[in-house]
Ligand binder design. Structure first.
Ligand code: SAM
Length: 468
């Protein structure tokens, strides 16, 4: 064992007991370098364009269709492509949970423990802007980061909120087609990557995490439609938090059962022999071992609620926003501004047809299926379109990031120097344009500017400005 990675003794002892002769290989895995991954944003451009434009080598991750390894020396987080939402930096194994969730366009999907948003933005990519995605994070400060990532990735159909799971279950009884519970856990699978996780480990914490996971899953179950899919994932090895949590949940929920994932060949099976009362099919849950694949440690289980499960009248109560609640007059007005002042074409408008609503001076497009927000702690009720300022409408940064460069007539492609100056907050010289323009780089919109008198005034949000 190297000096650099010192495992907590009680943890090492426990793993030695569980893994037996495989322990040596497991321990040797800590000597292997960590794997770096990023995920292409499916909401922006084609795979072909992506591969062609990326300035560093990428290698496919076999279990995530939009995932790639990059070399450890590269810094994709300090790149214009990152600011433009072309990709999300995500640990390779962490991409497996959404592959198992298998989100589809048009569905209602909940990511219950969502910050900082790796899986939320992956789900959003699969949904292609259609349907409703609710991303919840109980810790307010973390929910803000989640909300920023949703904006950066140009997601238009996501409501970001910050509630306890019990409150979420009150708002959304039997509402969702798919739910992801990427649970807070003891983080044993991240020991190679995060020193803090090693320092915080204790058996007591493992037990506390398992209790908390049981409570979270209980609430998640209340929000799942009969026939719906619930994916439970952790980044830990402990049987209590994985096979144990899933089996205890299934003992209480007879209508739910474990489903195969289709990824059994790539990963290792869940361990029935590591817990006292394993649920039927626990071997179809997945273990991702860092010594057996190119990624960190994870666990993923796919559960389904039988369609004959408890079905109550209540289900029909939460039907989502009714047309009458959307402000049709406001949409007409916004459509006019989009066409006349921004030159946004029909493709964007048709693809993003939602319900326009006003929240003070902010105008948002909410996903059609969203319920009333009254009483809910919401950070982002959908896609922000405009801020109203003294009888004029200023386009929101989120609107620029939700577009492809061809969506707006007035689009200026920046060169390498110009885009860096733009991200620093500097003005640019105009090329004879007037009014609002979207600025793009290598085909990716990066934000708005307003041209007049030979200058493009910088509208890149002050809080995001940086030198790259
Ligand atoms: N899914 C995220 C992603 O891919 O970026 C990572 C989620 S992380 C593993 C678990 C999250 O659960 C943390 O953001 C944490 O703040 C949140 N959490 C902590 N306690 C919680 C609780 N009691 N109920 C719900 N979520 C909780």
């Amino acid at each position: 064992m190297s000096d650099r990675i010192r495992l907590p003794e009680a943890f090492a002892e426990r793993m030695r007991r569980l893994l037996g002769s495989e322990y040596e290989a497991f321990e040797a895995g800590y000597e292997l370098g960590r794997q770096c991954g990023l995920r292409r944003n499916l909401l922006k451009g084609t795979e072909e364009d992506f591969i062609r434009t990326m300035p560093f080598p990428l290698e496919r991750i076999s279990w995530a269709r939009e995932g790639y390894y990059y070399d450890a020396g590269v810094q994709p987080g300090r790149h214009v492509f990152h600011e433009a939402g072309a990709y999300y930096i995500q640990e390779p194994s962490a991409m497996a949970a959404v592959e198992v969730l298998d989100p589809r366009p048009g569905e209602r999907i909940l990511d219950l423990c969502a910050a900082p948003g790796g899986k939320t933005t992956q789900i959003a990519g699969r949904m292609l802007g259609q349907g409703l995605l609710v991303a919840n994070e109980v810790i307010g400060e973390r929910a803000k980061i989640l909300s920023q990532n949703v904006e950066r990735m140009g997601v238009s159909n996501c409501v970001v909120c910050s509630e306890r799971p019990e409150r979420m279950a009150e708002f959304f009884p039997m509402f969702f087609d798919r739910i992801l519970v990427d649970a807070p856990c003891s983080g044993e699978g991240m020991f190679r990557k995060e020193e803090a996780a090693r320092g915080e480990w204790s058996l007591e914490n493992v037990r506390m995490c398992a209790d908390r996971q049981a409570l979270i899953l209980e609430e998640a179950a209340k929000m799942l439609k009969p026939g719906g899919v619930l994916v439970y994932s952790t980044c830990t090895f402990s049987p209590e938090e994985n096979e144990g949590t899933v089996s205890t949940f299934l003992q209480k929920h007879g209508a739910c059962y474990i489903e195969e994932t289709g990824l059994e060949k790539q990963f290792s099976p869940g361990r029935a022999d590591w817990i006292q009362y394993p649920a039927a099919g626990i071997e179809h849950t997945l273990r991702l071992w860092p010594h057996l694949l190119r990624g960190e440690g994870h666990y993923v289980a796919r559960l389904r609620k039988g369609s004959d499960g408890e079905r109550r009248e209540r289900e029909s109560l939460k039907k989502g926003i009714r047309e009458s609640r959307a402000d049709k007059k406001l949409w007409k007005q916004m459509e006019e501004v989009m066409t006349e002042e921004l030159g946004i074409g029909d493709r964007w408008k048709e693809e993003h047809a939602g319900y326009v609503m006003r929240f003070g001076e902010q105008i948002y497009m909410m996903p059609k299926d969203m319920i009333s927000l009254t009483g809910m702690r919401v950070l982002r009720p959908g896609l922000q379109l405009f801020t109203e300022k003294k009888n004029r409408f200023e386009p929101a940064h989120a609107l620029a990031l939700s577009m492809h460069s061809g969506d707006m007539d007035r689009c200026v492609e920046l060169d390498n120097q110009e885009v860096l100056a733009y991200l620093r907050g500097e003005s640019l010289s105009s090329r004879g344009q007037k009014g609002w323009i979207v600025l793009s780089w290598k085909g990716y919109p990066v934000g708005f500017g307003k041209a007049s008198g030979g200058q493009i005034k910088n509208h890149y949000p002050k809080g995001l400005r940086k030198s790259l």
